[in-house]
Design a protein around this ligand. Structure first.
Ligand SMILES: Nc1ncnc2c1ncn2[C@@H]1O[C@H](COP(=O)(O)OP(=O)(O)O)[C@@H](O)[C@H]1O
Ligand SMILES: [Mg+2]
Length: 254
């Protein structure tokens, strides 16, 4: 039932204790919200889960296997991926090429290519193209596949970031504020895509500040504060929790 397990994960940057022993589980097939005041450690935890940072202590277990300290591409190969903002350096690559690039990062690919030779490579290229089309259609990006990222809307960029992640065939997707800077109509559209992906079996952990959206999308909400787990439940339960209210107010007052 549990797909991702965060067990007493800690991390400090010099004197700053960004994670102070965070622990919680995420069940397979859920769309779970991860909320908490600014500085709570949400992004830092995502960086630990995805292999960007090595935790100072604790363990991260995915699909029954420890992944603590593995390199990001190894974690991706196991089916866990987070989205990243489109890098400026790739401004000359089309939307379609961005999708293809992520699809190429498959485990064992170069070995397979060496073994089966050119015919195999051509076949894989055709499969990759088909997969990129499927993802583009899936996210309604098929009409802009030839566009450059600089010429698409903020919402389409967010969808492309999600699309790239889908190209790696993930079991679980980590999203860090995917709606930031997106207009309200598209926010709802992206939300609908996330619900549809969940229905297809994807597990999603979503950091988001838009509380009405969290309430609409999420089965369950996990609250972090001061680098650790604070509360969980459905949205109305955690919103009514006085400790959660205080954690948010403390930041506003500070
Ligand atoms: N690279 C870093 N170097 C030093 N301190 C950091 C770094 N990244 C995050 N922090 C600190 O860690 C704490 C948690 O930050 P963060 O994970 O970004 O919180 P959230 O995403 O919940 O807003 C904050 O006090 C932040 O200032
Ligand atoms: Mg953050």
């Amino acid at each position: 039932m549990t797909l991702l397990s965060i067990r007493n994960v800690s991390l400090h940057f010099g004197g700053v204790q960004a994670l102070t022993g965070a622990s919680f589980d995420v069940a397979r097939g859920t769309l779970t919200g991860l909320i908490g005041p600014n500085g709570a450690g949400k992004t830092t935890l995502f960086n630990c889960i995805s292999g960007l940072y090595r935790p100072t202590g604790g363990a991260i277990v995915f699909d029954g296997q420890p992944i603590t300290g593995l390199a990001p591409d190894r974690i991706t190969a196991r089916g866990l991926i987070r989205t990243f903002q489109l890098a400026r350096g790739f401004a000359r690559m089309t939307v379609f090429d961005h999708l293809l690039l992520y699809g190429q990062h498959q485990p064992g690919e170069s070995l397979l290519g060496a073994l089966v030779g050119d015919r195999g490579a051509a076949e894989r290229e055709a499969q990759l193209q088909e997969k990129a089309w499927a993802v583009a259609r899936r996210l309604k990006l098929e009409r802009i596949v030839d566009a450059l990222p600089g010429n698409i809307s903020g919402g389409q960029k967010k969808l492309l970031e999600i699309g790239r992640a889908l190209m790696t065939d993930p079991q679980m997707l980590l999203l860090d504020e995917p709606m930031a800077g997106v207009n309200p109509t598209l926010v709802n559209e992206i939300g609908d895509h996330l619900l549809a992906l969940q229905q297809e079996g994807l597990t999603i952990l979503l950091i988001e500040h838009d509380m009405p959206l969290i309430r609409r999308l999420c089965d369950e909400v996990i609250v972090m504060a001061d680098g650790a787990f604070m509360a969980r439940g459905d949205f109305d339960q955690v919103a009514a929790d006085s400790r959660v209210q205080e954690a948010y107010l403390g930041v506003v007052r500070a």
